[in-house]
Design a protein around this ligand. Sequence first.
Ligand code: ADP
Length: 501
Amino acid sequence: MLWVTDTEGRFSYLNQAWHDFTGHPAQAGPTEHHFLDAVHPDDRENVQSAMAAENARQMGFQVEYRLRRADGEYRFAIAAGAPRKSEAGEFTGYIGSIIDNTERRRAEDSLREADTRKDEFLATLAHELRNPLAPLRNGLQVIAKSRHDPESVAHAREMMERQLHHMVRLVDELLDVSRISRGTLNLRRERVELVSVIQTAVESSRPLIESAGHEFLISLPRETIYLDADVTRLSQVFTNLLGNAAKYTPPRGRIELTVRQRQDMVVATVKDNGIGIPPRMITKVFDMFRQVQGTTERPQSGLGIGLTITRRLVEMHGGTIEASSAGEGQGSTFTVRVPVAQNPPQYEEEPDASPRGAAPEISPAPPHAEPAPHSLATGTRRKLRVLAVDDNEDSALSMAMVLKIMGHDVRTAFDGVAALQVAEEFRPEVILMDIGMPKLNGYDTCHLLREQPWAADILMVALTGWGQEEDRRRSFEAGFNRHLVKPVEPDEVKKLLAELG
Ligand code: ADP
Protein backbone atom coordinates (compact mmCIF):
# COMPACT_ATOMS: atom_id res chain seq x y z
CA MET A 1 0.00 0.00 0.00
CA LEU A 2 1.28 3.44 -0.90
CA TRP A 3 0.58 6.90 0.43
CA VAL A 4 1.66 10.54 0.13
CA THR A 5 1.29 13.45 2.58
CA ASP A 6 1.71 17.19 2.40
CA THR A 7 4.02 19.22 4.65
CA GLU A 8 1.49 19.16 7.50
CA GLY A 9 1.30 15.41 7.39
CA ARG A 10 -2.13 15.37 5.75
CA PHE A 11 -2.68 12.40 3.49
CA SER A 12 -3.17 13.63 -0.05
CA TYR A 13 -3.02 10.21 -1.65
CA LEU A 14 -3.81 6.62 -0.63
CA ASN A 15 -3.55 4.07 -3.42
CA GLN A 16 -6.13 1.51 -4.51
CA ALA A 17 -4.39 -1.29 -2.61
CA TRP A 18 -4.92 0.63 0.65
CA HIS A 19 -8.61 1.11 -0.15
CA ASP A 20 -9.01 -2.54 -1.04
CA PHE A 21 -7.27 -3.66 2.13
CA THR A 22 -9.16 -1.41 4.55
CA GLY A 23 -12.49 -1.39 2.74
CA HIS A 24 -12.63 2.42 2.75
CA PRO A 25 -14.15 3.50 -0.56
CA ALA A 26 -11.84 5.65 -2.66
CA GLN A 27 -13.26 9.14 -2.98
CA ALA A 28 -12.21 12.65 -3.96
CA GLY A 29 -11.08 15.17 -1.36
CA PRO A 30 -8.82 15.00 1.71
CA THR A 31 -8.20 11.49 2.92
CA GLU A 32 -6.28 11.96 6.21
CA HIS A 33 -9.30 11.00 8.30
CA HIS A 34 -9.60 7.77 6.44
CA PHE A 35 -6.01 6.93 7.17
CA LEU A 36 -6.36 7.44 10.90
CA ASP A 37 -9.79 5.79 10.97
CA ALA A 38 -8.16 2.53 9.96
CA VAL A 39 -5.51 2.77 12.69
CA HIS A 40 -6.28 1.10 16.02
CA PRO A 41 -7.37 3.88 18.45
CA ASP A 42 -4.60 2.96 20.90
CA ASP A 43 -1.95 3.29 18.18
CA ARG A 44 -3.02 6.61 16.65
CA GLU A 45 -0.94 8.81 18.91
CA ASN A 46 2.10 6.67 18.27
CA VAL A 47 1.72 6.90 14.50
CA GLN A 48 1.21 10.66 14.63
CA SER A 49 4.20 11.29 16.82
CA ALA A 50 6.43 9.11 14.61
CA MET A 51 5.53 11.32 11.65
CA ALA A 52 5.97 14.52 13.62
CA ALA A 53 9.33 13.53 15.09
CA GLU A 54 12.13 16.07 14.68
CA ASN A 55 14.48 13.99 12.53
CA ALA A 56 11.73 12.23 10.55
CA ARG A 57 11.69 15.12 8.09
CA GLN A 58 15.36 14.47 7.41
CA MET A 59 15.73 10.73 7.81
CA GLY A 60 12.22 9.40 7.30
CA PHE A 61 10.45 7.16 9.81
CA GLN A 62 9.08 3.69 10.40
CA VAL A 63 6.27 2.75 12.73
CA GLU A 64 4.38 -0.44 13.50
CA TYR A 65 0.68 -0.24 14.29
CA ARG A 66 -2.53 -2.20 14.12
CA LEU A 67 -4.41 -1.61 10.88
CA ARG A 68 -8.06 -2.54 10.52
CA ARG A 69 -8.77 -4.75 7.56
CA ALA A 70 -12.05 -4.64 5.60
CA ASP A 71 -13.30 -7.69 7.54
CA GLY A 72 -12.77 -5.84 10.84
CA GLU A 73 -9.69 -7.80 11.91
CA TYR A 74 -6.76 -5.74 13.14
CA ARG A 75 -3.51 -6.68 11.39
CA PHE A 76 0.02 -5.73 12.36
CA ALA A 77 1.28 -3.24 9.77
CA ILE A 78 4.54 -1.42 9.23
CA ALA A 79 4.36 2.05 7.70
CA ALA A 80 7.62 3.48 6.39
CA GLY A 81 7.88 7.06 5.11
CA ALA A 82 10.63 8.99 3.36
CA PRO A 83 10.78 12.80 3.10
CA ARG A 84 10.03 14.39 -0.24
CA LYS A 85 12.16 17.44 -1.06
CA SER A 86 11.65 20.37 -3.42
CA GLU A 87 14.44 21.29 -5.81
CA ALA A 88 15.57 23.82 -3.25
CA GLY A 89 15.80 21.02 -0.73
CA GLU A 90 12.73 22.01 1.32
CA PHE A 91 10.55 19.35 2.95
CA THR A 92 7.35 18.95 0.94
CA GLY A 93 5.78 15.97 2.74
CA TYR A 94 6.27 12.23 2.95
CA ILE A 95 5.92 9.38 0.52
CA GLY A 96 5.69 5.93 1.94
CA SER A 97 4.42 2.38 2.02
CA ILE A 98 2.51 0.07 4.35
CA ILE A 99 2.97 -3.66 4.56
CA ASP A 100 0.95 -6.27 6.47
CA ASN A 101 3.45 -7.68 8.97
CA THR A 102 1.12 -10.13 10.75
CA GLU A 103 2.41 -13.37 9.27
CA ARG A 104 5.99 -12.43 9.88
CA ARG A 105 5.23 -11.57 13.50
CA ARG A 106 3.48 -14.91 13.94
CA ALA A 107 6.44 -16.71 12.45
CA GLU A 108 8.75 -14.85 14.80
CA ASP A 109 6.55 -15.68 17.79
CA SER A 110 6.51 -19.35 16.94
CA LEU A 111 10.27 -19.34 16.44
CA ARG A 112 10.68 -17.79 19.85
CA GLU A 113 8.35 -20.38 21.34
CA ALA A 114 10.25 -23.20 19.66
CA ASP A 115 13.44 -21.74 21.03
CA THR A 116 12.09 -21.66 24.57
CA ARG A 117 10.94 -25.25 24.24
CA LYS A 118 14.37 -26.22 23.00
CA ASP A 119 15.96 -24.63 26.08
CA GLU A 120 13.56 -26.50 28.32
CA PHE A 121 14.35 -29.66 26.41
CA LEU A 122 18.07 -29.28 27.01
CA ALA A 123 17.43 -28.90 30.75
CA THR A 124 15.19 -31.98 30.64
CA LEU A 125 17.80 -33.89 28.68
CA ALA A 126 20.51 -33.15 31.20
CA HIS A 127 18.11 -34.17 33.95
CA GLU A 128 17.01 -37.40 32.32
CA LEU A 129 20.54 -38.46 31.49
CA ARG A 130 21.74 -37.70 34.98
CA ASN A 131 18.97 -39.66 36.64
CA PRO A 132 20.23 -43.15 35.74
CA LEU A 133 23.77 -42.10 36.58
CA ALA A 134 23.08 -41.94 40.31
CA PRO A 135 22.06 -45.59 40.68
CA LEU A 136 24.88 -46.62 38.33
CA ARG A 137 27.46 -44.88 40.46
CA ASN A 138 25.92 -46.26 43.64
CA GLY A 139 25.86 -49.72 42.10
CA LEU A 140 29.57 -49.57 41.36
CA GLN A 141 30.27 -48.64 44.96
CA VAL A 142 28.11 -51.45 46.24
CA ILE A 143 29.91 -53.98 44.02
CA ALA A 144 33.30 -52.67 45.12
CA LYS A 145 32.34 -52.96 48.78
CA SER A 146 30.39 -56.21 48.69
CA ARG A 147 32.90 -58.63 47.16
CA HIS A 148 31.98 -61.31 49.68
CA ASP A 149 28.25 -60.75 49.45
CA PRO A 150 27.19 -62.27 46.11
CA GLU A 151 23.53 -61.44 46.72
CA SER A 152 24.19 -57.70 47.03
CA VAL A 153 26.43 -57.80 43.98
CA ALA A 154 23.81 -59.61 41.92
CA HIS A 155 21.17 -57.18 43.06
CA ALA A 156 23.31 -54.16 42.20
CA ARG A 157 24.12 -55.63 38.81
CA GLU A 158 20.46 -56.16 37.91
CA MET A 159 19.69 -52.64 38.91
CA MET A 160 22.57 -51.29 36.86
CA GLU A 161 21.40 -53.22 33.84
CA ARG A 162 17.92 -51.72 34.15
CA GLN A 163 19.32 -48.22 34.39
CA LEU A 164 21.75 -48.75 31.56
CA HIS A 165 18.90 -50.04 29.41
CA HIS A 166 16.91 -46.91 30.23
CA MET A 167 19.84 -44.74 29.27
CA VAL A 168 20.41 -46.55 26.00
CA ARG A 169 16.75 -45.97 25.16
CA LEU A 170 17.09 -42.24 25.80
CA VAL A 171 20.11 -42.05 23.53
CA ASP A 172 18.33 -44.09 20.82
CA GLU A 173 15.42 -41.67 20.99
CA LEU A 174 17.78 -38.74 20.65
CA LEU A 175 19.39 -40.29 17.59
CA ASP A 176 15.99 -40.95 16.05
CA VAL A 177 14.81 -37.42 16.58
CA SER A 178 17.95 -36.01 15.04
CA ARG A 179 17.48 -38.34 12.04
CA ILE A 180 13.94 -37.03 11.74
CA SER A 181 15.12 -33.42 11.81
CA ARG A 182 17.73 -34.11 9.17
CA GLY A 183 15.38 -36.25 7.10
CA THR A 184 17.68 -39.26 7.16
CA LEU A 185 15.39 -41.72 8.90
CA ASN A 186 14.81 -44.61 6.50
CA LEU A 187 12.59 -47.65 6.57
CA ARG A 188 13.50 -51.19 5.54
CA ARG A 189 10.09 -52.31 4.43
CA GLU A 190 9.19 -55.88 3.68
CA ARG A 191 6.13 -58.04 3.64
CA VAL A 192 5.45 -58.91 7.28
CA GLU A 193 2.70 -60.39 9.35
CA LEU A 194 1.00 -57.88 11.58
CA VAL A 195 1.17 -60.33 14.46
CA SER A 196 4.96 -60.33 14.47
CA VAL A 197 5.00 -56.55 14.74
CA ILE A 198 2.63 -56.61 17.68
CA GLN A 199 4.43 -59.49 19.34
CA THR A 200 7.76 -57.68 19.28
CA ALA A 201 6.19 -54.60 20.84
CA VAL A 202 4.31 -56.58 23.48
CA GLU A 203 7.41 -58.51 24.47
CA SER A 204 9.45 -55.40 25.05
CA SER A 205 6.65 -53.51 26.84
CA ARG A 206 5.42 -56.27 29.09
CA PRO A 207 8.02 -55.92 31.83
CA LEU A 208 7.25 -52.21 32.25
CA ILE A 209 3.50 -52.81 32.24
CA GLU A 210 3.65 -55.69 34.68
CA SER A 211 6.10 -54.07 37.06
CA ALA A 212 3.52 -51.30 37.54
CA GLY A 213 0.90 -53.94 38.28
CA HIS A 214 -1.27 -52.96 35.32
CA GLU A 215 -3.82 -55.31 33.87
CA PHE A 216 -2.89 -55.89 30.20
CA LEU A 217 -5.50 -56.96 27.67
CA ILE A 218 -4.73 -57.76 24.06
CA SER A 219 -7.27 -58.36 21.36
CA LEU A 220 -6.06 -59.35 17.90
CA PRO A 221 -7.94 -60.12 14.66
CA ARG A 222 -8.39 -63.77 13.83
CA GLU A 223 -7.37 -63.47 10.17
CA THR A 224 -3.76 -63.19 9.06
CA ILE A 225 -2.96 -59.64 8.01
CA TYR A 226 0.10 -58.63 6.01
CA LEU A 227 1.76 -55.24 6.01
CA ASP A 228 4.54 -53.68 3.96
CA ALA A 229 6.40 -52.48 6.98
CA ASP A 230 9.68 -52.11 8.75
CA VAL A 231 9.12 -54.53 11.63
CA THR A 232 11.56 -52.84 13.99
CA ARG A 233 10.22 -49.36 13.35
CA LEU A 234 6.54 -50.23 13.37
CA SER A 235 6.84 -52.24 16.55
CA GLN A 236 8.68 -49.26 18.02
CA VAL A 237 5.45 -47.31 17.45
CA PHE A 238 3.52 -49.72 19.65
CA THR A 239 6.32 -50.04 22.18
CA ASN A 240 6.23 -46.27 22.62
CA LEU A 241 2.47 -46.12 22.97
CA LEU A 242 2.35 -49.04 25.40
CA GLY A 243 5.26 -47.56 27.36
CA ASN A 244 3.47 -44.22 27.66
CA ALA A 245 0.24 -45.95 28.67
CA ALA A 246 2.17 -47.74 31.45
CA LYS A 247 3.99 -44.57 32.48
CA TYR A 248 1.02 -42.22 32.54
CA THR A 249 -1.29 -44.60 34.39
CA PRO A 250 -1.11 -44.90 38.18
CA PRO A 251 -0.12 -48.39 39.40
CA ARG A 252 -2.61 -51.23 38.99
CA GLY A 253 -4.35 -49.60 36.04
CA ARG A 254 -5.68 -51.19 32.90
CA ILE A 255 -4.14 -51.14 29.45
CA GLU A 256 -5.84 -52.47 26.36
CA LEU A 257 -4.33 -53.10 22.97
CA THR A 258 -6.90 -53.76 20.27
CA VAL A 259 -6.16 -54.47 16.62
CA ARG A 260 -8.78 -54.73 13.88
CA GLN A 261 -8.93 -54.62 10.12
CA ARG A 262 -11.27 -51.99 8.61
CA GLN A 263 -11.39 -52.24 4.81
CA ASP A 264 -7.81 -51.81 3.65
CA MET A 265 -6.56 -50.34 6.90
CA VAL A 266 -5.33 -51.84 10.14
CA VAL A 267 -6.75 -49.91 13.07
CA ALA A 268 -4.87 -50.38 16.33
CA THR A 269 -5.78 -48.68 19.59
CA VAL A 270 -3.80 -48.42 22.82
CA LYS A 271 -6.13 -47.45 25.61
CA ASP A 272 -5.35 -46.76 29.24
CA ASN A 273 -7.31 -45.56 32.27
CA GLY A 274 -4.56 -43.23 33.47
CA ILE A 275 -4.02 -39.53 34.00
CA GLY A 276 -5.52 -38.56 30.65
CA ILE A 277 -4.74 -35.53 28.51
CA PRO A 278 -6.42 -32.12 28.82
CA PRO A 279 -8.31 -31.13 25.62
CA ARG A 280 -5.98 -28.20 24.79
CA MET A 281 -3.00 -30.59 24.67
CA ILE A 282 -4.58 -33.36 22.66
CA THR A 283 -2.94 -32.45 19.33
CA LYS A 284 0.13 -30.85 20.90
CA VAL A 285 1.42 -34.02 22.57
CA PHE A 286 2.89 -34.96 19.18
CA ASP A 287 4.98 -31.77 19.04
CA MET A 288 8.67 -32.08 19.60
CA PHE A 289 9.78 -31.52 23.21
CA ARG A 290 6.16 -31.22 24.36
CA GLN A 291 5.21 -32.57 27.78
CA VAL A 292 1.93 -31.95 29.55
CA GLN A 293 3.15 -32.15 33.13
CA GLY A 294 5.46 -29.62 34.69
CA THR A 295 8.91 -30.77 35.70
CA THR A 296 8.19 -31.13 39.40
CA GLU A 297 5.08 -33.28 39.02
CA ARG A 298 6.55 -35.52 36.40
CA PRO A 299 7.90 -38.88 37.40
CA GLN A 300 11.17 -39.73 35.71
CA SER A 301 9.61 -40.02 32.34
CA GLY A 302 11.49 -39.10 29.23
CA LEU A 303 12.36 -36.39 26.80
CA GLY A 304 9.05 -35.41 25.24
CA ILE A 305 10.10 -36.72 21.85
CA GLY A 306 8.66 -40.24 21.88
CA LEU A 307 5.37 -39.24 20.30
CA THR A 308 7.09 -37.04 17.73
CA ILE A 309 9.07 -40.07 16.59
CA THR A 310 6.01 -42.29 16.81
CA ARG A 311 3.95 -40.03 14.58
CA ARG A 312 6.73 -39.72 12.02
CA LEU A 313 7.17 -43.50 11.87
CA VAL A 314 3.44 -44.03 11.39
CA GLU A 315 3.37 -41.43 8.62
CA MET A 316 6.33 -43.05 6.89
CA HIS A 317 4.26 -46.23 6.80
CA GLY A 318 1.50 -44.27 5.04
CA GLY A 319 -0.62 -44.13 8.17
CA THR A 320 -2.09 -41.73 10.69
CA ILE A 321 -2.16 -41.47 14.47
CA GLU A 322 -4.45 -39.54 16.77
CA ALA A 323 -4.94 -39.14 20.49
CA SER A 324 -8.19 -38.83 22.35
CA SER A 325 -9.06 -38.43 26.00
CA ALA A 326 -12.16 -37.38 27.91
CA GLY A 327 -9.87 -35.14 29.96
CA GLU A 328 -7.59 -35.19 32.97
CA GLY A 329 -7.91 -38.36 35.01
CA GLN A 330 -10.07 -39.94 32.31
CA GLY A 331 -7.51 -42.12 30.55
CA SER A 332 -6.17 -41.79 27.00
CA THR A 333 -6.58 -43.63 23.74
CA PHE A 334 -4.10 -43.55 20.85
CA THR A 335 -5.37 -44.80 17.51
CA VAL A 336 -2.99 -45.86 14.74
CA ARG A 337 -4.13 -46.56 11.20
CA VAL A 338 -1.80 -48.15 8.65
CA PRO A 339 -2.62 -49.62 5.23
CA VAL A 340 -2.60 -53.39 4.83
CA ALA A 341 -0.27 -54.78 2.16
CA GLN A 342 -1.37 -54.44 -1.45
CA ASN A 343 -0.89 -57.23 -3.99
CA PRO A 344 1.54 -57.89 -5.55
CA PRO A 345 4.01 -57.54 -2.71
CA GLN A 346 6.03 -54.34 -2.82
CA TYR A 347 9.51 -54.74 -1.64
CA GLU A 348 11.40 -51.61 -0.93
CA GLU A 349 14.97 -51.71 0.14
CA GLU A 350 16.41 -48.58 1.59
CA PRO A 351 19.73 -48.88 3.29
CA ASP A 352 19.88 -47.38 6.73
CA ALA A 353 23.32 -46.08 7.54
CA SER A 354 23.28 -47.43 11.06
CA PRO A 355 21.02 -50.42 11.46
CA ARG A 356 19.40 -50.82 14.82
CA GLY A 357 19.31 -53.99 16.75
CA ALA A 358 22.97 -54.71 16.14
CA ALA A 359 24.70 -55.38 19.39
CA PRO A 360 26.79 -52.39 20.42
CA GLU A 361 30.45 -53.07 20.78
CA ILE A 362 31.65 -52.50 24.26
CA SER A 363 35.35 -52.58 24.71
CA PRO A 364 36.44 -53.50 28.18
CA ALA A 365 38.09 -50.70 30.11
CA PRO A 366 41.78 -51.22 30.79
CA PRO A 367 42.21 -52.68 34.25
CA HIS A 368 44.36 -49.84 35.55
CA ALA A 369 41.65 -47.24 34.69
CA GLU A 370 39.61 -48.21 37.72
CA PRO A 371 40.28 -45.93 40.67
CA ALA A 372 40.85 -47.50 44.04
CA PRO A 373 37.48 -47.87 45.76
CA HIS A 374 36.79 -45.32 48.43
CA SER A 375 36.37 -46.43 51.94
CA LEU A 376 32.72 -46.12 52.77
CA ALA A 377 32.66 -47.70 56.18
CA THR A 378 31.92 -45.25 58.95
CA GLY A 379 34.45 -46.62 61.41
CA THR A 380 33.74 -45.12 64.82
CA ARG A 381 31.20 -42.65 63.53
CA ARG A 382 27.71 -42.51 64.95
CA LYS A 383 24.96 -44.59 63.38
CA LEU A 384 22.26 -42.31 61.93
CA ARG A 385 18.66 -42.92 61.02
CA VAL A 386 18.43 -41.98 57.33
CA LEU A 387 15.42 -41.93 55.01
CA ALA A 388 16.06 -42.09 51.24
CA VAL A 389 13.16 -40.95 49.04
CA ASP A 390 13.05 -41.27 45.26
CA ASP A 391 10.34 -42.34 42.83
CA ASN A 392 13.08 -44.04 40.82
CA GLU A 393 13.16 -47.10 43.06
CA ASP A 394 16.62 -48.09 41.91
CA SER A 395 17.92 -44.69 42.95
CA ALA A 396 16.38 -44.96 46.41
CA LEU A 397 17.41 -48.58 46.96
CA SER A 398 20.97 -48.14 45.75
CA MET A 399 21.39 -45.05 47.90
CA ALA A 400 20.08 -47.13 50.81
CA MET A 401 22.64 -49.85 50.07
CA VAL A 402 25.47 -47.33 50.10
CA LEU A 403 24.22 -45.84 53.36
CA LYS A 404 23.92 -49.27 54.94
CA ILE A 405 27.49 -50.06 53.98
CA MET A 406 28.43 -46.83 55.76
CA GLY A 407 26.78 -48.33 58.82
CA HIS A 408 23.56 -46.34 59.05
CA ASP A 409 20.02 -47.40 59.78
CA VAL A 410 18.13 -46.80 56.53
CA ARG A 411 14.57 -46.76 55.27
CA THR A 412 13.26 -45.94 51.80
CA ALA A 413 10.10 -44.39 50.36
CA PHE A 414 9.16 -44.11 46.70
CA ASP A 415 6.92 -41.05 46.74
CA GLY A 416 6.21 -37.99 48.88
CA VAL A 417 3.11 -39.36 50.56
CA ALA A 418 4.92 -42.53 51.61
CA ALA A 419 7.86 -40.41 52.81
CA LEU A 420 5.56 -38.53 55.20
CA GLN A 421 4.28 -41.80 56.64
CA VAL A 422 7.68 -43.43 57.01
CA ALA A 423 9.16 -40.27 58.55
CA GLU A 424 6.36 -40.02 61.12
CA GLU A 425 7.09 -43.48 62.42
CA PHE A 426 10.85 -43.80 61.77
CA ARG A 427 11.80 -40.28 62.94
CA PRO A 428 14.90 -40.01 60.75
CA GLU A 429 17.73 -37.64 61.54
CA VAL A 430 18.53 -37.23 57.86
CA ILE A 431 16.29 -37.29 54.79
CA LEU A 432 17.73 -37.52 51.27
CA MET A 433 14.93 -36.66 48.90
CA ASP A 434 14.34 -36.42 45.16
CA ILE A 435 12.33 -33.39 43.92
CA GLY A 436 10.43 -34.57 40.85
CA MET A 437 7.99 -37.16 42.13
CA PRO A 438 4.38 -37.97 41.33
CA LYS A 439 1.60 -37.46 43.92
CA LEU A 440 3.59 -35.12 46.15
CA ASN A 441 6.80 -33.55 44.90
CA GLY A 442 9.93 -33.09 47.03
CA TYR A 443 9.31 -29.39 47.73
CA ASP A 444 5.81 -29.97 49.06
CA THR A 445 6.87 -33.03 51.05
CA CYS A 446 9.68 -31.08 52.70
CA HIS A 447 7.37 -28.17 53.40
CA LEU A 448 4.76 -30.42 55.04
CA LEU A 449 7.42 -32.20 57.12
CA ARG A 450 8.82 -28.92 58.39
CA GLU A 451 5.41 -28.11 59.85
CA GLN A 452 5.79 -31.05 62.26
CA PRO A 453 7.48 -30.09 65.54
CA TRP A 454 9.50 -33.33 65.58
CA ALA A 455 10.86 -32.65 62.09
CA ALA A 456 12.38 -29.25 62.84
CA ASP A 457 15.94 -30.57 63.29
CA ILE A 458 16.04 -33.14 60.51
CA LEU A 459 18.86 -32.56 58.04
CA MET A 460 16.92 -32.45 54.79
CA VAL A 461 18.89 -32.83 51.58
CA ALA A 462 17.38 -32.29 48.14
CA LEU A 463 18.84 -34.74 45.59
CA THR A 464 17.92 -33.69 42.12
CA GLY A 465 18.87 -33.56 38.49
CA TRP A 466 18.00 -29.87 38.44
CA GLY A 467 21.01 -27.72 39.25
CA GLN A 468 20.07 -24.16 38.26
CA GLU A 469 20.29 -21.30 40.77
CA GLU A 470 16.51 -21.06 40.66
CA ASP A 471 16.22 -24.74 41.64
CA ARG A 472 18.49 -24.25 44.65
CA ARG A 473 16.51 -21.22 45.77
CA ARG A 474 13.26 -23.20 45.60
CA SER A 475 14.82 -26.01 47.64
CA PHE A 476 15.84 -23.66 50.43
CA GLU A 477 12.47 -21.96 50.40
CA ALA A 478 10.80 -25.33 50.82
CA GLY A 479 12.90 -26.00 53.91
CA PHE A 480 15.78 -28.10 52.62
CA ASN A 481 19.17 -27.59 54.32
CA ARG A 482 21.18 -28.75 51.34
CA HIS A 483 20.74 -29.16 47.59
CA LEU A 484 22.84 -31.80 45.84
CA VAL A 485 22.83 -32.38 42.08
CA LYS A 486 22.69 -35.97 40.82
CA PRO A 487 24.61 -38.13 40.39
CA VAL A 488 25.76 -37.59 43.94
CA GLU A 489 29.13 -39.03 44.91
CA PRO A 490 28.80 -41.43 47.85
CA ASP A 491 31.77 -39.58 49.28
CA GLU A 492 29.81 -36.36 49.25
CA VAL A 493 27.02 -38.00 51.23
CA LYS A 494 29.56 -39.44 53.62
CA LYS A 495 31.01 -36.00 54.28
CA LEU A 496 27.58 -34.55 54.78
CA LEU A 497 26.65 -37.19 57.34
CA ALA A 498 29.99 -36.77 59.09
CA GLU A 499 28.88 -33.23 59.97
CA LEU A 500 26.15 -34.78 62.11
CA GLY A 501 28.00 -37.77 63.50
P1 ADP B 1 7.71 -38.30 27.16
O1 ADP B 1 9.15 -38.65 26.98
O2 ADP B 1 7.51 -37.07 28.01
O3 ADP B 1 6.84 -39.44 27.58
P2 ADP B 1 6.22 -38.36 24.62
O4 ADP B 1 6.50 -37.61 23.35
O5 ADP B 1 6.17 -39.83 24.56
O6 ADP B 1 7.27 -37.83 25.68
O7 ADP B 1 4.84 -37.82 25.18
C1 ADP B 1 4.61 -36.43 25.25
C2 ADP B 1 3.69 -36.10 26.39
O8 ADP B 1 2.36 -36.57 26.11
C3 ADP B 1 4.07 -36.75 27.72
O9 ADP B 1 5.03 -36.00 28.43
C4 ADP B 1 2.73 -36.78 28.43
O10 ADP B 1 2.49 -35.54 29.03
C5 ADP B 1 1.72 -36.97 27.30
N1 ADP B 1 1.28 -38.38 27.15
C6 ADP B 1 1.77 -39.30 26.28
N2 ADP B 1 1.12 -40.49 26.41
C7 ADP B 1 0.19 -40.32 27.37
C8 ADP B 1 -0.81 -41.18 27.96
N3 ADP B 1 -0.99 -42.47 27.58
N4 ADP B 1 -1.58 -40.64 28.95
C9 ADP B 1 -1.41 -39.35 29.34
N5 ADP B 1 -0.50 -38.50 28.82
C10 ADP B 1 0.30 -38.97 27.85
